[in-house]
Ligand binder design. Structure first.
Ligand code: PMP
Length: 286
C-alpha cells in the first residue's frame, strides 16, 4: 500500500516527501518530535503529546508554526491517508531552512513540519510482551536536557545497536552515579520485592513519558499498588521482582533479563501484565 507524508503544507506520496538539505533538523538536529500511538484508527493521548511538544518547542525557542487544532487535523489526515488502524504517527518540527550557521536564522524562518505514519504489527508486539525482553546497561552519555524531545538521538541509536549486538532488545542508560535513567526510547521501571513500583523522578535526566504519566494514573486507580519516584541502580533492578519499560509504541513491555541476569522468575510479572492490559482504561482516545 502506498504511504503518504505531510511536508510543509502538502500531503505527498512518501517517495516524493523530501526536505531541503539546509533544513536545520538535518544539519544540527535542531528540532523536536512526538510519536503517538494509533489504535482503532484513533490517536492515543493526543492532548498530552501535543502539550509535551509545545513544551519541547518552548525550551528550544521554536515558535509553534500553527494552532494545536490545525496540527491535530494534519495528524488525523496522515493517519487516514495511510489507513492506519494500529500503528504510530510521527510529527517533527525543525527550526527551518537557512544557510548553515549555528546561530538561529535572523530574521527567523518558518519552522519545517513533517508528519508520517506507519502500521505496527500487533501480533509481533503481543508476542514480545508475552515473552518479555532482555536489556543491557550502558553508560548514559547524553546531554543534560533529555527532558526535551529533540531529534538528536545519536546516543540512543548507538545504545540500541549495542544492545542488539549483544543479543538484547534494548539498553538502559546508567548515569555517572550508577543509577538507571531510562531506556533508549522508553522509561524504565522496576517492582521491588515488597511490591512497590519504582521509576525515576522526571527531572532533566529523563523524558517525561506520556505512557509513564498514564501508568501513574493507573496505579492510583488500582488498590494496593504503591509507587515511588526515585532513582534505582542496576543491582536493585537485578534483584527486583519485575521490571518493565513504557513507551507510546509498546505501552508496557516486560523486561525479563538485565545484563544476562534473570529478573524474578524470568517471565513477565503480574504487575506489568495487569498495567498493560488495563492501560486503555486510563489513556485518552481521541
Ligand atoms: N524516553 C525516551 C528517551 C523516549 O524516546 C521515549 C519514547 N518517545 C520515552 C522515554 C517514552 O515516552 P512516551 O511514553 O511518551 O512514548
Amino acid at each position: 500500500m502506498s504511504r503518504y507524508a505531510y511536508v510543509n503544507g502538502r500531503y505527498l506520496p512518501l517517495r516524493d516527501a523530501k526536505v531541503h538539505v539546509e533544513d536545520r533538523g538535518y544539519q544540527f538536529a535542531d528540532g523536536v518530535y512526538e510519536v503517538c500511538e494509533v489504535r482503532g484508527g484513533r490517536l492515543i493521548d493526543e492532548r498530552r503529546h501535543i502539550e509535551r511538544l509545545q513544551r519541547s518547542l518552548e525550551e528550544i525557542r521554536i515558535p509553534l508554526p500553527m494552532s494545536t487544532k490545525a496540527l491535530g487535523v494534519i495528524l488525523r489526515e496522515v493517519v487516514a491517508r495511510n489507513r492506519i488502524g494500529y500503528g504510530i504517527v510521527y510529527l517533527q518540527i525543525n527550526r527551518g531552512v537557512a544557510r548553515r550557521d549555528h546561530a538561529f536564522p535572523s530574521p527567523a524562518v518558518a519552522p519545517s513540519v513533517v508528519v508520517t505514519a506507519r502500521p505496527l504489527n500487533k501480533a509481533r508486539n503481543e508476542a514480545l510482551a508475552k515473552n518479555g525482553i532482555a536489556v543491557i546497561g550502558v553508560p548514559d552519555n547524553r546531554w543534560g536536557r533529555v527532558d526535551i524531545k529533540t531529534v538528536g538521538l545519536l546516543p540512543n541509536v548507538l545504545a540500541r545497536q549495542t544492545a542488539i549486538d549483544q543479543g538484547a532488545r534494548d539498553a538502559w542508560f546508567v548515569d555517572a552515579g550508577g543509577y538507571v535513567t531510562e531506556a533508549s526510547s522508553a522509561n524504565a521501571w522496576i517492582v521491588t520485592k515488597d511490591g512497590t513500583l519504582v521509576t525515576r523522578r522526571a527531572d532533566h535526566a529523563i523524558l517525561r513519558g506520556i505512557t509513564r504519566t498514564v501508568v501513574f494514573d493507573e496505579v492510583k486507580g488500582q488498590q494496593g499498588l504503591r509507587i515511588e519516584e526515585r532513582s534505582f541502580t542496576l543491582e536493585e533492578a537485578y534483584a527486583a521482582r519485575e521490571a518493565f519499560i513504557t513507551s507510546a509504541s509498546q505501552i508496557v513491555l516486560p523486561v525479563v533479563r538485565i545484563d544476562g541476569r534473570t529478573v524474578g522468575d524470568g517471565k513477565p510479572g503480574p504487575v506489568a501484565t495487569a498495567l498493560r492490559q488495563e492501560f486503555y482504561r486510563y489513556a485518552e482516545a481521541g
